[in-house]
Design a protein around this ligand. Structure first.
Ligand code: F6P
Length: 541
């Protein structure tokens, strides 16, 4: 890979100060050549400083890293998660084929199909009222208790698909902060609430603690019938049984589904309860369509591959260390938070698969907010700050509110205006003209000084994902696209995108600190921790 990296660095040295806009002058068909589309989902990366030569070098890098070979290994059930000795097969949860897929010599397809059927039967029975509370009442509300991958995915998707909701209202409790469970349950009637305890391991302290609080809340209202208000999702079904949840209410999944990749299976139960089994199947179909595309599309037209390579270009070659995700789609408000786990827990690593230290930057900081809200908050920095932050816009051609068409027109105009402003900027000369026309404010600022403040450097890159409408299918496409983009980048950095050892130390220390928070001696802790413990206990340090 060294020579591919060298080529890219040389290309960057030759072109770093080139105006992106000049690439459109040189190639009037640039939009067509530097965008790719599958099933109506378009990725436009023409507003970047990538030209045909750079793209060819990026594709060479992907070849040198053996992205195609490693992709095929993942899809076919190879042990890709080496530090945990596991296959990585969340794609099997959404596959639209029954062709055998062997893991450890066993075909996993029948188990996946059977689980999907069980989930559908359960969800549809709850939705119709056929599966009611022990007192015979229809469930009106569902509370999902989980954290990380057992929360962010279903929460994001339930919000995204609000126009399809025709089931019970779904609520989510994740934080160990008692305020979360208290405020969520306070608004609900325990007599008509179903509580889903979602945890891959069924040991996560936040989830177990919140689950205990929710069970107490149920018991206070319905006594011994509380079990009839519970369901569990886990890859450790025995632990769920220990909580008194009956086997028919426990939905298991295999260890080859990573937590942050798990919304396609039982962890997606709240999604299915909210939108119904048929819509959930459309969501799976969207993900599967993206899988097929990732496996078969030619490299230049391959959305996940190109999105990953654009990321590598910005991060490793241009040195931009963060990336803003900006959905112009209010219902994707939790997408940035979801992607923070997907990307930063997957690729926020510094050790290569073989134990060597990674020599280049790995995952950038991923952050964002829906437009247009972000415009009135942090876009100032995007346009005129000293850092360059590549932006990723998401926008639908059509909204779900035909009677509010003007809103959507404004939304589109704003989305396009932002990427145009980032790329084109406003030169000092243009700013001078503007100041000359609009005049000076009261005070003693000079025209030239004000023009400096009102100019924009431009030449700031962005990509745009444009889709027909935020349907379950499209959401499935988008999520699978991001998953595979993470995979592409992880392979190029040579890291394992599927473990998360970096979360362990904090968990261990929290365990050791709990007794100290509750009064035990803290003498072996550092001075700051001791001081803070004293402050938080209410006594002086
Ligand atoms: O924070 C670490 C983590 O293990 C995530 O990877 C995971 O999604 C989350 O905790 C929750 O884990 P579980 O589903 O096992 O409760």
């Amino acid at each position: 890979m060294t020579s591919a990296w060298d080529t890219l660095e040389k290309l960057h040295a030759d072109t770093w100060d080139r105006r992106i806009l000049s690439l459109f002058d040189a190639d009037p068909a640039r939009f067509d050549s530097f965008s790719a589309e599958v099933d109506g989902l378009l990725l436009d990366y023409s507003k970047t400083n990538i030209d045909a030569e750079t793209r060819a070098a990026l594709l060479e890098l992907a070849e040198a890293a053996d992205v195609p070979g490693k992709r095929d290994r993942m899809f076919s059930g190879g042990i890709v998660n080496s530090t945990e000795g596991r296959a990585v097969l969340h794609t099997a949860l959404r596959a639209q084929t029954a062709d055998p897929l062997l893991v450890g010599g066993e075909d996993v397809r029948p188990g996946v199909a059977e689980m999907l059927q069980r989930l559908e039967e359960f969800a549809e029975a709850v939705r119709s009222g056929a599966l009611a509370t022990p007192a015979g009442r229809k469930f009106t509300d569902v509370v999902n208790i989980g954290i990380g991958g057992s929360d962010l995915g279903p929460l994001m998707a339930v919000r995204a698909l609000a126009p399809y909701h025709d089931g019970p209202a779904c609520h989510f409790v994740s934080n160990i902060d008692g305020a979360h469970v208290r405020d969520t349950l306070a608004a609900l009637n325990p007599e008509t609430t179903l509580v889903i305890i979602a945890s891959k391991t069924f040991t996560t302290v936040e989830t177990m603690t919140n689950a205990a609080a929710a069970i107490r809340w149920l018991e206070a209202a319905v006594g011994k019938e509380a079990a009839g208000h519970l369901a569990a999702v886990s890859s450790a079904p025995d632990r769920a049984a220990e909580l008194g949840i009956t086997a028919d209410r426990v939905f298991g999944f295999a260890d080859w589904v990573g937590g942050r990749y798990s919304l396609w299976g039982p962890v997606g139960l709240p999604i299915m309860l909210a939108i119904g089994a048929a819509n959930f199947r459309d969501f799976l179909a969207g993900g599967a369509a993206m899988d097929d595309h990732f496996r078969s599309a030619e490299a230049e037209r391959n959305l996940p591959l190109m999105m990953g390579l654009v990321g590598i270009w910005h991060n490793n070659i241009c040195g931009y260390d963060s990336r803003a995700v900006l959905p112009y789609d209010q219902r994707l408000e939790r997408l940035p938070a979801y992607l923070q786990q997907l990307e930063m827990e997957s690729n926020g690593k510094r050790t290569r698969v073989n134990g060597d230290t990674v020599e280049r930057a790995t995952c950038p900081i991923v952050w964002g907010e829906p437009g247009t809200n972000g415009q009135h908050a942090f876009y100032q920095l995007l346009h005129q700050g000293t850092r360059i932050v590549p932006a990723e816009f998401l926008i639908a051609a059509e909204a779900h509110e035909p009677d509010l068409q003007h809103h959507h027109d404004l939304l589109k105009a704003n989305c396009l205006a932002q990427s145009e402003a980032l790329m084109c900027g406003r030169s000092l000369e243009e700013a001078r003209d503007l100041v000359a026309k609009s005049g000076l404010p009261d005070g003693d600022i000079e025209a030239e000084t004000l023009a400096c403040h009102r100019s924009f450097p431009g030449n700031r890159p962005s990509v745009t994902l444009a889709y027909p409408k935020l349907t379950p299918f499209v959401l499935g496409q988008i999520i699978a696209l991001y998953e595979h983009r993470v995979f592409v980048e992880g392979v190029i950095w040579g890291i394992n995108s599927f473990d998360q050892w970096g979360v362990e130390l904090g968990k261990e220390l929290a365990n050791s600190l709990l007794p100290m928070v509750q009064g035990a001696s803290a003498e072996r802790k550092d001075g700051s921790t001791r001081g803070l413990l004293a402050k938080l206990s209410g006594s002086s340090a």
